[in-house]
Design a protein. Sequence first.
Length: 217
Amino acid sequence: MRRLSVLFIGVAIVLVVSQTQAANMIPAGNISIDQSSNLNGGTLATFTIDGNISTQWLNAGNSEYEPGGDDTPWISFAFDKVYTLDYLVIWNLATHNENGQGMRFVDIQVSLTGDADSFTSIGVKEFPIAGPGLYSIDPDDPHQIDLGGVDAKAIKLVVLQNWFGRVFWQGTSFGANEYPYQTCVGLNEIQFHQSVPEPATMSLLALGGLALLRRKR
């Protein structure tokens, strides 16, 4: 009987660990998105949470050939409720050899209400560059960005510089006789991971239950 009890609790531990890991990521259905702009209307912010790392958001860029272009690139994600966010996972932009258009220095801002004027910065992070080459995105090698367990109902990524070295938010990212190209910035995919009980903690709780079961017998 004791062997059966041990087996039962062992199975319970495995189930708890797997369910904990699955519950860690905020589902895309719980997220709404906004953006500063998109290039030619075809690279939408919604592509960053569609589960397909080959689609992407790309802003309009700011160049001589993009009148009224976007020199203040940002993308924001609003959740269905306040979450405690441990980290985010990104696949930086890497399609069509354009990894230089990937985000580099990003001011991460959060809000407890999601109101446009309620965002506060939690610091500037450097997002790693994606691998070079055509469609070189590796689904097994995303980059993790630590958020430190911050409470947020919305998060905004304000892009200060891309991997081409183009600095934004100055009104001067454009160049003479230049197409958007290096003045654009984008992202392929993003995931948000919330704080949940650690698997090790859940395992200890289950083992504690086993000890109590043995004592009763």
